[in-house]
Ligand binder design. Sequence first.
Ligand SMILES: [Zn+2]
Length: 383
Amino acid sequence: MSHVSLQDVQVVDVHCHPYVANEEPYRPEEFVRKLSLAVIPFLPAPSSHSGRKPFPGTNMWMQILINRLARYFGCDPTVEEVVRQRNERAEDFRQYTRALFQDARISGLVVDFGYPVPMLDKKAYADLCGARIWEVYRIEPVMVRLRTETASFGEFLERFRADLRAALKREEVIGLKSIIAYRSGLQIGEKDEAAASEQWPLFQANERAEVKAIRDYCLHVALEECTEADKAMHIHTGIGDGDVVLPKASPGFLLSLLRDKKYVETKVHLVHGGYPWIEEAAFIVSVLPRVYLDVSLQNPFAGHGVRRILSQVFEFAPFDKVMYGSDAFTVPEMNWLGVHLFKECFERLLNEWVAADYMDAETARCIGEMVLYGNFQRVYQVS
Ligand SMILES: [Zn+2]
């Protein structure tokens, strides 16, 4: 074996979100909008668009998706033609979605049902995509709900902990998830009950209030419960949609928390691998034995950058610490292209490593399998 191929390898997507069928066929500009991380709606596309000129608002990842879908459908690589074909095929959305998942060999997914809101039906989503589903349980919606259901901060804390504990007992829940990077940032302070309690009225008045002491306190509780249950704490790191508190989203902020003796036994999963602070995340997982990262979001949304990113991740990250993910959130094409783009970029890199005589093709192939599903199965003890 001299050429490394990952085409036949099964895939577990360790971070993504559910979606439902679109009710009406997409217009080209609507489909393009679904592919974007923007929180502010696009301006309408000028009606004059035609030919091979890039469709207004598209970037590299969308360009690659349109090209690859055109190949999959056997049609012209224009947004208009691809969307027309997509609308036809997605009339039976379940069949269409399942075909995409099978084509990409996706056997399992870790789904964050915390987005979109209101929460979508879990059984319906599992039936739609036909893959095995595990869940991460988001802590912020629990905080938001309990803030109006409880009379005091003390009662809030008690019920918050009980709620997380009950969720972690469910077999399909492999861990908790926090999006504190979207609220008060990743510079997590000590567990300070007095300071947190002082902010309670602010949080009661506004669910989006910064209330850093409360958010930090709740993250500590979540880490404690994950440690107790031996399940993983998933923490959003790096960019996300346009709402993220970008200056405080670097995984480097988490280092002092993660090396705290209290949490040396805690499994922590850095969601999105901290992009664009990839090297920081890679360094962190290389020095802390129970911290892992995934490449979701940067893959596939960094487009051609996925090859560069993988090269940078493996400058420091151990091979057994990195997991495949997509962060698909609106359409199944995101899960699909995530796999194809990742495999294409990783194969190129693995073959370079073989050509450089860093390893033989067999070892390179093993690394591909580890990242695509093996590390997930080992870390989360599932098969
Ligand atoms: Zn996500």
